[in-house]
Design a protein around this ligand. Structure first.
Ligand code: ADP
Ligand code: MG
Length: 591
């Protein structure tokens, strides 16, 4: 008896599992499947990404459905259309030997009439994004009044994306007696709230630590000057010739810009974000799955839950604003027992986030220097040599060989090898020959790290500003405010330290005139806001060490807590209103 059989799964599903090539159930499957098969219960299942949650609900669901009743018996909600399609494909494989079972995906960006027609033909299972589901419900194109199972997949992400209202409104049209199964990688407060409000004494299953990523992923960070970010990305790619990666950016625009630059520089890259048409997104995903695209530059939303095998690296080109999202990013690699690397490219001003993430994932980061030009050349050289050694010979060339042998006749074996390798390799050598080191050389911990925060070594300028926590600023709000006022990028204002009635911040020295000018005659509640170059720059950071630690701890607070801290305060709102035009204007990223 195999292990899946022991969980209580029956013949047609066992056969499908065999075709899938799954040998043993994963932990979340082992814990979830027997319960769902035996009990009629609500369930909250928390497990990191890549642990096989789809099958954990998919197998028991398919076994429990009545294939001969054509009414819709189950609704699965998932955050993105890619995920909807992925789940639908998986379920079709699971139900391969129960051909009566129909699974239909409904999601935005595709013809609603087409989807309505599929549903009408009979859909035992509907897999939907909350937005399109609402739309279909409003138009009476679906009937979920008799469903027996409702599954919320990637619940944390759906809630992060602001689908709370849609979800509750959809659930209100489903019968009381149904079973609700919620799957999530992290237990955000909002997830707990859904469980409280819409579920009936749910059983809770946790696999691993609640926010922990798979141990098979190693985490690295690379400290750089903000302006070197793109060059650093290229070096990381060049130092890993077999890279098959997802590169995460914060905004759609950055995503597109970085992908464009990579393509221009000769990398097999593409962008994936919500401004692309569905056809474009499908085409990108197809090339990525086919590995023609080796660097998929994506937003968090677009790449959510995507299950592509063998992703070697996740690169955080920028860290996400909410550190919980980091787990989702790094979970794209190290899937199904394979190992992977999650890399973070950061500038000094973001270092504190690394500590917060370490606490969250209960794993340490390794600080690594950006590979030097020489190292990259070496790696590429050996890669090329091995590629030549291992390449399969297509015998189409046989007829040309005599001529080719003739061309090389006078060369020794050694010379031939040298020349052959040079053909490809000279490109790297030329590019990297005189390339400077990129690492900013600061350590995360220890004395050297503190030292490096002083003005002397990094050459930045530290300012004093006479607003602080009394004016309802915290470091994040002040930073947002300053970047908007100064029209600088997020990385260009750093070391923001907020005290009770005053604060400090740094910018590159080139911004000095701009900063001082911007706050000339600037008033807040009738009080003049003054900004001056800090007198005690040198000691700034060391003095503030305790404060800094406090802040680091705060940064590790839960999503909901932080949201609250950031929510409007009357004084600040006034500040904002008075300067609405300026504050609204989008900070421009420095080129
Ligand atoms: P999650 O939803 O937890 O992120 P998925 O359900 O997408 O994870 O599964 C991740 C990958 O693991 C998929 O490619 C899936 O086919 C594979 N997988 C799932 N269960 C097993 C198993 N028991 N044995 C081997 N591979 C599995
Ligand atoms: Mg999943």
């Amino acid at each position: 008896m195999n292990k899946f059989q022991q969980l209580g799964l029956n013949e047609p599903i066992l056969k499908a599992i065999e075709d899938l090539g799954f040998k043993d159930p994963s932990e979340v499957q082992e814990k979830t499947i027997p319960i769902l098969l035996q009990k009629k219960t609500d369930l909250v299942s928390l497990a990191q990404t890549g642990t096989g949650k789809t099958a954990a609900f998919g197998f028991p669901l398919i076994q429990k459905l009545d294939p001969y009743n054509k009414k819709t018996q189950a609704l699965i909600l998932a955050p993105t259309r890619e995920l909807c399609m992925q789940i639908t494909n998986e379920l079709k494989l699971y139900s391969k030997y129960i051909p009566e079972i129909c699974t239909v995906a409904i999601y935005g960006g595709a013809s609603i009439t087409e989807q309505a027609r599929s549903v009408k033909k009979g859909a035992h299972i509907i897999v939907a994004t909350p937005g399109r589901m609402q739309d279909m419900q409003n138009r009476k194109l679906v009937n979920i009044r008799e469903i027996e199972y409702c599954i919320l997949d990637e619940a944390d992400e759906m809630l992060n994306m602001g689908f709370y209202e849609d979800i509750t409104s959809i659930l209100s049209e489903t019968p009381e007696e149904k079973s609700t199964w919620l799957f999530s990688a992290t237990m955000l407060e909002e997830v707990a709230r859904i469980a409280r409000e819409f579920m009936n004494n749910p059983l809770e299953i946790t696999v691993g630590n609640k926010n922990q990523g798979p141990q098979s992923v190693s985490h690295e960070f690379y400290l750089i000057q903000a302006r070197d970010r793109y060059l650093a990305l290229k070096r990381l790619a060049d130092a890993n010739p077999d890279i098959f990666s997802v590169v995460f950016c914060r905004t759609k625009k950055d995503t597109q810009d970085i992908a464009d630059k990579l393509i221009e520089d000769g990398y097999n890259a593409a962008a994936l974000h919500g401004d692309l048409s569905q056809a474009q997104r499908d085409a990108v995903m197809k090339s990525f799955r086919g590995k023609q695209i080796r660097m998929l530059v994506a937003t968090d939303v677009a790449a959510r839950g995507i299950d592509v095998e063998d992703i070697t690296h996740v690169i955080n080109y920028q860290l996400p604003d909410e550190i919980e999202i980091y787990t989702h990013r790094s979970g794209r690699t190290g899937r199904a027992g394979k190992s992977g690397t999650s890399m973070v490219i950061i500038s000094k001003s973001e270092l504190r986030k690394i500590n917060a993430i370490e606490r969250l994932i209960k794993q340490n980061f390794e600080e690594k220097p950006i590979p030097s030009g020489i190292e990259i050349c070496e790696v590429q050289l050996f890669h090329l040599a091995n590629k030549i050694k291992d390449v399969e010979i297509d015998h189409e060339i046989d007829s040309y060989l005599p001529v080719i042998f003739d061309v090389f006749k006078k060369l020794s074996k050694e010379d031939l090898i040298k020349k052959m390798v040079s053909v490809e390799f000279n490109r790297f050598l030329t590019y990297y020959k005189n390339a400077a080191e990129l690492t900013s050389g600061n350590k995360k911990d220890g004395n050297s790290g503190q030292e490096s925060f002083s003005n002397e070594s990094d050459g930045s300028t530290r300012y004093f500003i006479n607003v602080g926590t009394r004016d309802n600023f915290d470091w994040k709000r002040l930073k947002d405010f300053l970047t908007a006022m100064l029209e600088l990028g997020r990385d260009d204002v750093f070391k923001v330290d907020v005290k009770e009635s005053f604060s400090f911040f740094n910018t590159e020295p080139g911004n000095k005139d701009k900063v001082l000018k911007c706050f000339e005659n600037f008033k807040f509640e009738g009080r003049r806001v003054s900004v001056e170059i800090s007198k005690n720059e040198k000691s700034g950071r060391r003095e503030n060490r305790r404060d800094h630690n406090d802040r680091k701890n705060k940064a590790n607070n839960s999503f909901s807590t932080r949201k609250k801290t950031n929510s409007g305060s009357s004084q600040f709102s006034k500040f904002e209103k008075d300067n609405k035009e300026k504050f609204r204007s989008k900070p421009k990223r420095k080129k």
